[in-house]
Write a protein that binds this ligand. Structure first.
Ligand code: 5RP
Length: 219
């Protein structure tokens, strides 16, 4: 019986096969991605470099002497590798458990291919058991919280947490999200919302799902 950490490592290892030679690779955030960065270091000789979705990932990449570029400094990102908090059968995701959702969404959307790496506990029928992270400009906190309540959610301030962009996170409980594409748009229309953690308009292209009996590749 593999542990959840071993399953994450299996998915991280498998992702190496999706990285073309001499390319800029997009790197997400979180514990699965941390394992991926360790694996990436073993093939760094065939990389041009990386663009990171968080300061934490950038620091880890730099510790392995993998060149880290600003997204504005590269022509394109052929492939982006990231984890998820939940992912459904359409490869729509909830992300942002680590608070890096805005940069993850920018990088994921700017990349040609989005590869999600996850253990099987993340694969769900309906998104929303995991509280949905919403990044909010601080002065809009109370207003946005009231709007989220009107939509049926129970927002909770992520205490003591400030994003890499200087904003706060509201984690929204109790949302069973049956229409992720629509809900993503509705939440982004609330003034003061920077990004929400639904990744449905730009879903993953490939899910590498680590199960006890091996990696399932889902498209
Ligand atoms: C960070 C994220 C992560 O991808 C997500 O939280 C999954 O993390 P982990 O790999 O630790 O389970 O969206 O903002």
């Amino acid at each position: 019986m593999l542990t959840q950490n071993q399953l994450k490592l299996e998915a991280a290892r498998k992702a190496l096969a999706f990285i073309p030679d001499d390319c800029i690779v997009g790197v997400g955030s979180g514990s699965t991605v941390n394992l991926f960065i360790e694996e990436l270091a073993t093939i760094k000789g065939r990389l041009k470099g990386a663009v990171a979705s968080s300061q934490a990932s950038a620091d880890r990449l730099k510790a392995h002497h993998i060149p880290v570029y600003d997204l504005n400094a590269v022509d394109g990102v052929p492939v982006y590798i990231d984890g998820a908090d939940e992912i459904n059968h359409y490869l729509h995701m909830i992300k942002g458990g680590g608070g890096a959702l805005t940069r993850e969404k920018i990088l994921g959307t700017a990349s040609d291919q989005f590869i999600c790496i996850a253990d099987e506990s993340k694969y769900v029928d309906v998104l929303g058991s995991f509280p949905l992270p919403v990044e909010v400009v601080p002065m809009a906190r109370s207003f946005v919280a009231r709007e989220l309540v009107k939509l049926g959610g129970h927002p909770e301030l992520r205490d003591g947490f400030i994003t890499d962009n200087g904003n706060i996170i509201l984690d929204v409980h109790g949302m069973k999200i049956s229409k992720p594409v629509e809900m993503e748009g509705i939440l982004n229309q609330i003034a003061g919302v920077v990004t929400n953690g639904l990744f449905a308009r730009r879903r993953a292209d490939v899910l590498l799902l680590a199960r006890q009996n091996g990696i399932e590749e889902i498209r």
